[in-house]
Design a protein around this ligand. Structure first.
Ligand code: HEC
Ligand code: HEC
Length: 151
């Protein structure tokens, strides 16, 4: 067999393999939902942990410079509005910056959160804490997090 025939045979087989995979995708294999796309799945109900601030729990940061996750119940402090922000009372403590924080004491927001650290002026873009910091609940992830595994 000449090299050319082998090449053509190879191309033909590749084409056949592509045609075989060109099948319609079944409804229940589309998207992240495990049910048919024609049903309205009800997500499983979950509760955030009810740990009160001061329980001394902290989460390990998922990556360097990530906003730390909230380890305590925030139901009494949310939603944050222009007039009402109860997080500030505990966490905006400029005098505590650079000092050791004992267990159970609110971590002071970092210098990055102020327009003027000395005056203790919180930057407007950091007012809605929950835009970046989120409480965590024990739920099965919809999709496996492969970050870090493939790299
Ligand atoms: C009554 C005081 C209090 C209030 C109000 C409060 N916190 Fe906290 N927070 C704490 C304490 C104390 C800790 C330290 C962990 C612990 O002991 O629970 C903490 C920890 C945190 C952490 C983790 C810090 C780290 O370095 O891991 C974040 C983020 C946080 N709080 C955000 C918030 C947000 C956002 C709000 C408002 C929705 C809020 N907190 C309201 C007291 C408070
Ligand atoms: C724009 C996003 C964003 C907003 C809004 C925001 N933060 Fe943060 N926060 C971060 C990031 C990112 C970090 C970690 C890097 C750093 O310290 O600047 C952080 C760090 C923190 C820490 C840990 C400080 C330390 O020394 O470990 C606390 C506590 C905190 N934020 C609380 C708050 C509170 C309370 C509010 C609302 C008043 C708030 N943050 C608003 C992004 C944000």
């Amino acid at each position: 067999m000449s090299k050319q025939i082998v090449l053509y045979a190879g191309m033909f087989l590749t084409l056949c393999a592509c045609a075989a995979t060109n099948q319609p995708i079944p409804d229940d294999a589309m998207g992240l939902s495990k049910t048919s796309v024609f049903t309205d799945p009800v997500p499983e109900a979950f509760d955030y942990p009810a740990d009160r601030p001061g329980a001394g729990k902290q989460y390990a940061p998922p990556y360097h410079t990530a906003p730390p996750m909230i380890p305590h119940d925030v139901s009494a402090y949310t939603p944050i509005t222009r007039e009402k922000n109860l997080c500030v009372g505990c966490h905006v403590q400029p005098a505590m910056l650079g000092q050791a924080v004992p267990k159970g004491v609110p971590t002071p927001v970092s210098a990055s959160h102020y327009t003027d650290v000395k005056a203790g002026t919180l930057d407007g873009g950091h007012h809605v804490c929950t835009a970046c910091h989120a409480p965590q609940a024990k739920v099965e992830p919809l999709v496996e997090n492969r970050l870090g595994r493939d790299r």
